[in-house]
Design a protein around this ligand. Sequence first.
Ligand code: HEM
Ligand code: HEM
Length: 191
Amino acid sequence: MQIKSDDTRWGVPAQFFHWTVLLLIIALGALGLYMTGLPLSLWKEQVYLLHKSLGITLLGLVALRLLWRLVDPHPAPPDGLPRWQHRVAQATHAALYLLLLAIPVSGWVFNSASGFPLRWFGLLPLPALAAASKPLAATAREIHETLFWVLVALVAVHAAAALLHHYHHRNHVLRRMLPWGHRRRDPGAAP
Ligand code: HEM
Ligand code: HEM
């Protein structure tokens, strides 16, 4: 099992964080869009609790991922990639990380400003990030929803770029992020 990333592939922890975050975003987006239209009921309360708890889990995972990035080497860009494209990829990754922090934090602020307590999966009480305030709750809710759609758009661009590398440029960019990807460099790359 490869722990650290190198130029041929991303290590197991980096891949685990990357694909778990994707699954969590799909679950959180689906739950979020579904739950707001529910009539008041115990079911609605439970779905909200699940959404918030999964969102806090994602926040923790992103924090761990950022810490891991400090010690994990970054694979080199594929050979022949124009410098500006590498810069755009780096900026996209940074923006994705910012959104992954801002969305759960705005959800947490919304929850606090609405005056609701927060318990991670009903077990661990978490502090309020803000005092109860209707205007703040409305702003945080707006930010939460808007940033979610920005995230959806950016992930679409990011995933499309990965597919373009794989099917058009035929390099190892997607393969090295896949658990079943082969451990090999671009054909024709320097040894
Ligand atoms: C990356 C993590 C998260 C994503 C992608 C996400 C996504 C969403 C989406 C798509 C909605 C529906 C927005 C709407 O149509 O009004 C929503 C609503 C909501 N989210 Fe999140 N969320 C995340 C994390 C959190 C966290 C950590 C909390 C609180 C601790 C939270 C609390 C809420 C609440 C309370 C609502 C309902 C808003 C309302 O009732 O109008 N979310 N979320
Ligand atoms: C179908 C969806 C996705 C595909 C196909 C995909 C593909 C990839 C690939 C191939 C890489 C490696 C790039 C390289 O080696 O230079 C990568 C890196 C990255 N991806 Fe994705 N990705 C997807 C979804 C996401 C999502 C949902 C996020 C976060 C919101 C995300 C955030 C990142 C980040 C931050 C990196 C940089 C490496 C890291 O820090 O982990 N990706 N992605």
